[in-house]
Design a protein around this ligand. Sequence first.
Ligand SMILES: Nc1ncnc2c1ncn2[C@@H]1O[C@H](COP(=O)(O)OP(=O)(O)OP(=O)(O)O)[C@@H](O)[C@H]1O
Length: 635
Amino acid sequence: MSRSVRRDDPEPDAEAVKERTETAETGDGADTPATTEDRTDKRLLRRGLKNIRDAVRLEPKLFTVAVTGAIVNSATQIGASFAVGYIVTGVVVPSYRQQEFLTGTVVLGILALFALSLIRFTSMATRRIFAGAMMFQVQAHYRRAVTRRYLSLPISWHQKRQTGTLLSNANADVEAATRPLAPLPFAFGTAFMIIASVAVLFSLDWALALVALLLVPALFTLNGVYATRMSPRAKRAQELRAEVSAVAHESFDGALVVKAMGREEQETRRFRDSAQRLRDALIRVGRIRAAFEPVITALPEIASVAVLLVGLYRYQSGNLTLEQLVTATFLFTVIAFPIRAIGWVLGEIPTSVVGRDRVDRVISAKGDMTYGEKHLDAEHAAELRFDHVAYTYPDGTSALDDVSFTIEHGETVALVGATGSGKSTIAHLATRLVDPTRGRVELDGHDTLGLSHASLAESASLVTQIPFVFDDTVRHNITLEREGVTDRDVDEALAAAQADGFIADLAEGVDTELGERGTSLSGGQRQRLTIARALAGRPRLMILDDATSAVDPKVEAAILTGLKDSGQATSVLVVAYRRASISLADKVVFLKDGRVADIGTHTDLLERNGAYADLVTAYEQAEAEREFEEEETKA
Ligand SMILES: Nc1ncnc2c1ncn2[C@@H]1O[C@H](COP(=O)(O)OP(=O)(O)OP(=O)(O)O)[C@@H](O)[C@H]1O
C-alpha cells in the first residue's frame, strides 16, 4: 500500500513514486526489464526534473535561500562587468591618453568593485551553505522513508533481500538520488544570469546577443546526448555498488564461519570479483564523463572567443563603443564558467534517476500487513487457537496444512516435531509475522487479523533461537523503551529468565554496555537475556521457539517451571527438544510434515504414538551424547 504524504513531514511523494516506478519495477524489487529500460531512457530528463521538483517540495525554504544567494551572486557578476567597462573606458583609457591619474574616479571604481566583491562572496557562501543543507535534509528524508518502510514491510519481504543491498538502498542510492541538488541553486542563478546577460547583450548589440543565444541550445543538446549515453552505465554501476555492499556484508557477517572453515581465499576472491565488476562499470562511467565533460567545458570558452571576434568586428565597423565591447566581453567571460553549473545538474540526472528508482522500489514495495482496530484489554493468560490453518511460503513450499489445536488460558504447550515439520512457522503465525494461507489464528476468541498492532505486540511475545542483542546496556535491551516497563519489571524478568546471576556479575550490572550483538555474552546468556526482554512486557502468551537451545538443561527446566508457577498470567507455547522440558508441558502438539499428528500429554503420547516415542528417544540420545562430549572436553 502506498503511504500518503503529510504536509508537515513531507516524505517522498507516494503518487510521484507510483508514477515513476510503474514502468521501472514490479513492486517487489525485481530488476528492471530490458524493454522498460528503453522507455525509461526516453523519459530520463523528465523524470530527473521531477525528482528535483520533489526535492524542492521537501525543502522549499532552504532551496529559496540558496537560490536567492545564487541570483544575488549572478546579479553582482553582471554589475561587475559594467563596473569593469566603466573603469576601463572612464579611468584606464583617459589616464593612458592624458598621462595622469584620475584619483577620485579610481577610488570610486575600486570602492564599487570592492562592494560588489563583498556581496558576491557573501551570496556565494549563502548559496553553498544552504544548497548543502538542502541536499543533506532531503537525504535524511529519504533515509527515514526507506528505514520506516523496511520496518513496516513483512518478514517475507526481508527474507527475499540481502542486508547489504538494503544498506546500499539507504546509503549509496539515497546519495545518488540527491546528487543534482548541490549544484541546483547555482544552476538557477546561472539561468537568471543567462537571461539577464542576453538582455544586456541585446541592449548593447544584437550580434553579440545572437552568439550567446546559440550557445544555450547547443549546451542543452550536448547534455541530452550525454545523459542518454550515461543512463544505462550509471544504472549498472549503481546495481554493482549494491552487489559489493551485499557481498561485503555477508563476508563480514559470516567472518567466523569463513575463518573456521578456512575459506578466506575463496571469500576474498568473491569480494575481489564483485569489486572488479564495480570498478569496470565505474571506468565505463568515467569514459563517458571524460568524453563529454571537456566538450561541455570548452563550448562556453569557444563562444567567448567568438564574442570577442564578433565584438571587435562590430567595434571597428562603428556599431559598438569601446565601453560596450569591454562590458560584453567581460560579461561573457564571467558567465562562461557558471553555465557549466547547468551541465552539472543535467550530468547528475542519469545517476540520480537510477538512485531514486532503487530507493522508490523500497518505498513503494507492496505487501504491508494491515492491522485491525480491536484492542484486547484482558489481564488473564491468553487463549490461542489454530483453526484448520494452512500456510504456504511465497516460493510455493507448503509448510502447514489443516493445523488445529488450542492453548487454553494459562496452559503450557510443547510443540514437538522433526526438523522442517513446521514448528517455527506456527510460532510466526501465532505472532502474526505471517498470515495463514487458509484457516484462522485466534487470540482470546478474536481472529488475529482483526487485532490492533499494539494489542498483538502487548499480548504475545516471541523469543527465537537466535537471540538479537542491541549495542546498548542490559537495561535498555530489556525495556526497549517500552512504556510501563519499570526497573522492578526488569529485575523480575531477569530473575524469571535465570539471568539475574550473571548480570549481577557484570561490571556495572544492568547498566553494563553489551557491545555490538552482545558478543561479550555467551550464547546461552544472550538467550536468557532475550527471554527476560519478552517477559518484562508481561505478555499473556509467551512463544519460545527453540529459545533455550544454548541454555543448560537444568536452567531451561528452571525457566519453564518458573513461567508455570510464577503466578504471572502467561500461557506458554514452547518448541522443545529435551524430554525434561517436554514433560513439564500440560500437553504436547506433535507435528509431522506440517500436520498435527497427535495431541495429548507427554505420557499419553509416549504410550500410544510410536513415531513420537522414537523422536523423543532420538532427542534424548542426542542430548546424552552432547553432555558426554561436553564432559570429555571439560576433563
Ligand atoms: N522462508 C521460507 N521460504 C520457503 N520455505 C520455508 C521458509 N521457511 C521455512 N520453510 C519451509 O517450511 C517448512 C517448515 O519450516 P519450519 O521452519 O517451520 O520447520 P521447523 O519445524 O521449525 O524446523 P526446525 O526444527 O529445523 O527449525 C520446511 O519445509 C521449510 O523448508
